[in-house]
Ligand binder design. Sequence first.
Ligand code: SF4
Ligand code: SF4
Length: 144
Amino acid sequence: MSEPNKSISIDIFQMLLESSRKKSHRNEVLESLGIKDYFVDGSIEIDKKSCRGVDCQLCIKVCPTSALYWGYGQVNIIEELCIHCTACVLVCMVDDCIKVSRRRPNNKIESFSNPRQVYRLLHSTSSEKRLNIVNRVFHPRRIL
Ligand code: SF4
Ligand code: SF4
């Protein structure tokens, strides 16, 4: 009875080890290129069926880290270079073609698959900044 459990724990241990190796390799690559990663982790997917591909390539042009490139007749991703900034989602003309998910240092998970979701976040972030400035200027005692 104890053997299956042992094998499950070895599998989990190996998976964790592998994921930690990948993360440290990714950090080394980003550091060597001078790219700052603001998120704990994340993922990106491109739906090759709905992508306008050769007629578009806007995501490739806008990506700040060159994580996207054109090859073999399609958009390809170098996942290690993706910092989940969502710039590609913002310019993509097809909803749900690019999907980016990311986890912030406070463990908040965010997912984006169309420009409206990115705009909403940008708008709420700048509203929050404006509110902080107003609070700081007019109600200094309310700021912790
Ligand atoms: S999320 Fe940002 S870094 Fe990642 S592929 Fe899109 S534009 Fe490039
Ligand atoms: S921006 Fe969107 S539609 Fe255009 S190439 Fe990139 S993934 Fe395809």
